[in-house]
Design a binder for this molecule. Structure first.
Ligand code: ZN
Length: 59
């Protein structure tokens, strides 16, 4: 399921507004909910910290 060094696309659900969107877990900058603007993932240079409900890992 996880692949070292490549990162994964995750389907996540925003905790605030239930919007679902697909994010990349190694994005270079913070990812925000497109609906309410809540930070969904904090970028840490490598794998980011996910701050939303993870629905599914897409590969
Ligand atoms: Zn939201």
């Amino acid at each position: 399921m996880t692949s070292k060094g490549r990162g994964n696309f995750l389907k996540v659900k925003c905790l605030d507004c239930d919007n679902e969107q697909v994010i990349f877990d190694r994005a270079a900058s913070d990812v925000k909910c497109i609906i309410c603007g809540k930070t969904i993932m904090k970028s840490k240079g490598a794998k980011g910290k996910i701050m939303a409900h993870i629905d599914k890992v897409l590969n």
